[in-house]
Design a protein around this ligand. Sequence first.
Ligand code: SF4
Ligand code: SF4
Length: 395
Amino acid sequence: MANISLKELKFNESENPRGKILSTVDKKLKLNHLEKKNIRILLEKRKKETNSLRKKNILENIIKSLDLSLNHEINDSRENNFRLNLQETNWLKRFPSEDWVDYLIYRYNLRMFPKNQILTKFPPYVLIEPTSICNLRCIMCFQVDSSFTKKEFMGMMPWNIFKKTVDEVALNNCKAVTLASRGEPTLHPKLPEMIEYISQKGILDLKINTNATKLNEKISRSILKNNVSELVFSLDAGNKETYEKVRVKGRFDQVLQNIINFNKLRNEEYKQSKCITRISGVKVLEEQDIDQMTSFWKEHVDEVAIKPATPRWDSYNNEKYYKKEPCTQLWERIYVWYDGKLNPCDFDYKSFLSVGNIENSSIKEVWNSEAYNLLRKKHLDKKRDNCYPCDRCPL
Ligand code: SF4
Ligand code: SF4
């Protein structure tokens, strides 16, 4: 993708490139009085039971958030207060009350700790990459970088690496896992088994991102019966022409049919499924009409969101971006690549920042390692300039 540059996308310090939702289906969604009352009772109960002052404070802050209006941004790194967002409200409405408090504590830690650079013992959020291979070549994606789509970087996650990862995640009580990263997860032949394995481990927030081109009945059934909380369809337009301009090699009609088939299955055989579906797109072209896209897809999914693109189709050659704030991802998440490599983000899709591999180490060791802490220190000391490719990343 040669004709979109960081400059043209006009990143603005006042914008949040990670998650400003430009459009969403249900802006009116909120918890009703009774739901809030019940959540408050459970939070107060947990607060009484805990001896830790730190946990009491967290619970108190969550209780206060129940009186605040809904936050319509996801991954908001600017706001100081914790305010429930659309995604969390939707989760609370669907999942049983016995999980509410643990879920809210996990969400609080995930959103508030990284922005205040508070380091947890284990990453609050783990993204597992079933494969780095993708069948599309979306114009704003690193899959268009031909120096990346070489044998050296492409592969499928072996079961032993997957199992080791998930077992460690569960052992450390981590509540959030996403199956996806640099490639298309539905291309992994064992994706249904992976979903089933994770679902037995008490993960509260299991998300799958897919381009939906290969979403078939077997995968859909596995998603619907195994407590996947969010199924995210990555697409960016409500018409064939624009969709196929952005999602190169994708076919609009096929993706639409796959989503229709998924809904049919959900409505006819898995009415109890708590899985939320969301269109999540990125705005890269002028002609993407967000209102048209939202009105087209709202018939087919629970949520629609579109956000500004992050310039990561050629990350390493971006112009330098003089951002001084520490990158929140260093305190928030870790990516496990298909080959076990551990990386702080997928902006760095060729793993220059990688500081370990799960094959000969653990996530916990790497997360707390000297090398990882050195990277965090560079960010805290406003020395992103000494760190490649952080020096050219807007996140
Ligand atoms: S954005 Fe997703 S679907 Fe598109 S090429 Fe990249 S990995 Fe594949
Ligand atoms: S490249 Fe650096 S600044 Fe950008 S997301 Fe990765 S860790 Fe954060």
